[in-house]
Design a protein around this ligand. Structure first.
Ligand SMILES: Cc1ncc(COP(=O)(O)O)c(C=O)c1O
Length: 402
């Protein structure tokens, strides 16, 4: 009998996904570590500093209460207080008043919610529109939901903003979701409130969900204030939704807690989708996140100071070694054009070179979409002394004849 090798086939929509950025990077790291390389990891945007001590204390306290060990239910006591805390936080940060019952939805991290938004709303003939480059789940969520992914290229020529006026009528007619995210990962581009005012005006009368991912609103420098989509007049009455997270502001990336705010109809469908899949967030984590949001915010200011020092050191260090990179007004990333000498390489090839020759891990630009080609992203998630070593090592790579 012929011995036929069988292979379980994934769903076709999964085959359409690009190779996942962090999987590519993990493979690169493993190969280098197997060769005994000591790595400085500036690849993933994974905050290296601890969560606030009072939040950790609250986690421990709440873990001792066995009522918190049960399934989370949407209208339980902890859940209500968490939604209230989110609404209060929005009020304090942005002066935006939200109804905690209908305009706030807790999530198991914003990534989860963004992926499920596409699942909740996209039919096979609906377009989910994202910028390219973008944070991967914006695009991959559309693909996994079986929708049509439409990339809008952004770059310095359009101020890193999507040119919505250039879209054809047919494309706009087919679009159900548009996702924007500023301060922008990976390019670090920022917008002012006028951007959202124009966005809301553009969306008026269209059945398009305008979605903002505001993960980095707190990681801002030099007096810049990142606005919320909901500060734009009319946003609360339009099909708008905004995602946020405890991951970056409070170094709680591993805790998996975030939220969506916005139009009650959108949140209701998102909650419905989730109700078939998950049971909400561990109540202990919700209790701790409440303390993060309503407790003292000095932690956030100190965190920003730390990132600012790293940014200043890294940007000036890069300039000193002959690689001119822009100084970001927000986020903890540096979006770096590959030096001219190495531009024959793809961003993935150049990232590989930095790992093999310098032991420095970065994120290749194409991990964020095809228009990320030609760039790599540094995440400043290592302390200053390690960044200095990274700079010395990168300097040696730049000296290699290209
Ligand atoms: C723009 C953006 N949105 C969302 C996320 C994911 O956040 P969370 O940890 O809440 O899933 C990230 C993480 O890097 C991000 O950069």
């Amino acid at each position: 009998m012929e011995d036929k090798k069988q292979q379980m086939q994934e769903a076709n929509r999964m085959k359409r996904l690009p190779q996942y950025l962090f999987t590519i990077m993990d493979n690169l790291k493993q190969q280098a570590q197997a060769q005994g390389k000591e790595l400085i990891d500036l690849g993933m945007g994974n905050p290296d500093l601890p969560s606030p001590p009072h939040v950790v204390e609250e986690l421990i306290r709440a873990a001792r209460d066995s009522e918190n060990h049960r399934y989370s239910r949407p209208y339980g006591d902890v859940e209500k207080r968490f939604r209230k805390a989110i609404a209060q936080w929005y009020d304090q940060r942005f002066g935006v008043h939200l109804d905690p019952e209908t305009e706030v939805l807790p999530l198991i991290g914003s990534k989860e919610g963004i992926a499920h938004l596409s699942l909740a709303f996209l039919n096979n003939d609906d377009i989910g529109m994202v910028t390219s480059p973008t944070y991967p789940v914006h695009a991959n969520g559309v693909i996994m939901a079986g929708g049509i992914l439409y990339n809008i290229p952004i770059g310095p020529e359009n101020n890193f903003r999507p040119n919505l006026k250039a879209l054809s009528k047919e494309v706009v007619r087919m679009t159900k979701i548009l996702i924007v995210s500023y301060p922008h990962n990976p390019t670090t581009a920022c917008v002012d409130l006028d951007f959202y005012k124009e966005l809301v005006a553009w969306g008026k009368g269209k059945e398009i969900i305008l979605c903002s991912d505001l993960a980095y609103s707190d990681i801002v420098y030099d007096g810049y204030k990142a606005p919320s989509l909901f500060q734009a007049k009319g946003a609360r009455d339009a099909y708008c939704v905004e995602f946020h997270t405890c991951s970056k502001s409070y170094n709680m990336a591993g805790w998996r807690i975030g939220w969506a705010v916005g139009h009650p109809e959108i949140l209701r469908s998102l909650a419905k989708t989730k109700s078939y899949i998950d049971f909400g967030i561990f109540r202990v984590v919700q209790e701790a996140a409440i303390q993060a949001l309503i407790g003292p915010q000095e932690f956030v200011h100190q965190l920003v100071e730390t990132y600012k020092k790293r940014r200043d050191l890294f940007v000036s260090g890069m300039q000193a070694i002959g690689w001119n990179v822009p100084c970001p007004k927000a986020t903890f990333y540096i979006w770096a054009h590959i030096p001219p000498k190495f531009r024959a390489l793809t961003s993935l090839e150049f990232s590989k070179l930095l790992v093999s020759e310098a032991g420095v891990v970065t994120a290749p630009g194409t991990g964020f979409g095809e228009y990320g080609e030609g760039f790599i992203r540094f995440a400043l998630v290592e302390p200053e002394d390690r960044l200095k070593i990274a700079l010395e090592r990168i300097k040696k790579v730049l000296a290699i004849s290209g």
